[in-house]
Design a protein around this ligand. Sequence first.
Ligand code: PEP
Ligand code: MG
Length: 748
Amino acid sequence: MPVRWLVDISAEDVPSVGGKGASLGELTQAGLPVPSAFVVTADTYRTFLEETGLDEELSDVLDVDVEDSAALADAAATAKELVLDADLPDEVAETVLAAYDDLGDAPFVAVRSSATAEDLPDASFAGQQETYLNVTREDLLDRVRRCWASLFTQRAIYYREEQGFEHDAVDIAVVVQRMVDAEKSGVMFTSHPSTGAPTTIIEAAWGLGEGVVSGSVSPDNYVLDRKSGDVTDVTVAEKKTLITRDEATGETVERDVPPERREERVLSEAELEELRKLGERVEDHYGTPQDVEWAIADGEVFMLQSRPITTIDDGADIAEETATDGESLVSGLGASPGIASGAARIVRGLDELDKVGQGDVIVTEMTTPDMVPAMKRASGIVTDEGGMTSHAAIVSRELGVPAVLGTGSATTVLTDDQPITIDGDRGTVEAGRAEPDEQREPVEEARPTTPVKPMTATEVKVNVSIPEAAERAAATGADGVGLLRTEHMILSTNQTPERYVEKHGADAYTDELVQGIRTVADEFYPRPVRVRTLDAPTDEFRQLEGGENEPHEHNPMLGYRGLRRSLEERELFELELAAFAELYEMGYDNVEVMFPLVTDGRDAEAARDALAEAGVDTEKRRWGVMVETPAAALCAEEFCEAGASFVSFGTNDLTQYTLAVDRNNELVADRFDELHPSVLALIEGVIETCREHDVDTSICGQAGSKPEMVDFLVERGVSSISANVDAVRDVQHEAKRVEQRLILDDIR
Ligand code: PEP
Ligand code: MG
């Protein structure tokens, strides 16, 4: 059957209509109000391949070494072209258009790909994520073909190869659904999302649902007692913008809400009641609490999607029971939270890494990039040296491994095989083991325990330094990556960039960066990932192979690092920028480019021009600069004029350069204050200027994880905040709290 209607589809039909199609069919069969739709089945895609002879052609084209970036790019481009240029068999074209005509009155439709490969852990990797809104009859066949072609992006091909999926075994279906011209829309939790109590929670805003789902609009919030039907709580938000269809172009656009409707309540008692009943029916149908997307058009309520709420806390939080001897052995900085027990393994050199087994505690002077694989096996990390921004601190936090750093003497006080328990909050190391804990699951621990992501107008993102931490960072539900530091990718090769190029060649260097960035960009796709070009300080790079050639500087912090170094070492910089050009070419349109330690507009222009010379369209792609010096803060206007899409506060450096306090110098550590009025004044000025120019502002220094800084920034109107993995959820709540306070202040 070339097409199937939702009324004839149930949950068993995934192989034919894909996951999206099957779930919409299931809802329709249950009598729930789903906008009418049909599915162009996976069989139709097969027929298309066979009748056009494309199946064989594609399998030849895709027979490439995916590690060879150029060959992969060629294969993807050719495959896509083949699919887009092939004519649909007449019968298929006629059936699809006839089905469209059966929808009546030539409606706009949404055309979405629907993955049939349920065994792919995340269909977004497989490239089955295409969605086209407001499609007309004229464009319909082309959009269907585009959904099919989405199987052949470089990303999708690479991923299938890596996972061992045969390209020709992956099918794709396409859902064609009547668009709902929603006057209001939102989401509903049919039961309380963290406790499972019979409470219905509804969030609602004007216009299409995209605004509420993506968090770009602050919605009204309604709480209902499901048993009595009483509305127990109503919070009306100020809704400044809405998403709607432009009458003239048919495109989805963001508009200002007319002033008189901004503070108007979206849902009436009757509508709430109708939604609540609908929620009851969906939950009954599936037998589990659901997270529903809904819309109201012409007084009619529609359900657009329903997913189970899987993370209701069953209240089984058992207090940690410890059975240590209580004898404190050493103490230091609690640098990565959590409690871990295991046998101590004293690691004095890289040749001793093998002795670290699963669940052991690494005890070492200081961690290095070569230790990352062992750090992943370990249950905890203890070091003699290192502070909150050291390699050990950043990596252990990102991996979710508890760590106590800077103990001064752990490698001499502790002994090999000694059972110890470390507390990464308090910074203590005790003798003995805590009760055997459940197997730790760092990725699961990073996942919020309640699926209600606090809806904030301020985006809350996450910092990532090592690609290995990407999965855990993505599990936080952050809105993207606010800072991906490329230094750690280079450090992990244990060679300076110059040495790496000498040994492996220029292409290999670019490729190293492409692979590292791609791991993170894949994990977050389509959420944006802001990648920073190299900020290589000579003293940190001296420890690497080839580091003997690093210049000696009187004061490396004020010297040859960040963009100023990149602009001098043009050849390396070009290889780095080539990695971005390649990633865009591969379809990673979620990547953004950020330049570190710029001084003024001239720096920004030079960086922009270099990026353009590398083949990146600087008008189309998002790029920006870090504000890490008072000079940069005072030049915000110049960055806006240079065409930056965003600026990001690097408060680690901005604080050290404003207060003249070396961020690594323990003697003045108590003077390092990111909340100092002078630092805040600089930040405030930049936000004000950027807002005038409609340029985004964000923070990616450590201070973004501090509630006081979040308060300050949200009040001033920052666009996004990037926090450490373990702080994301708290920052979301804090941002929401401040946003609501601002709304209330406005009303009162
Ligand atoms: C900063 O300076 O705040 C920053 C994020 O960059 P880094 O810590 O890598 O210098
Ligand atoms: Mg910095």
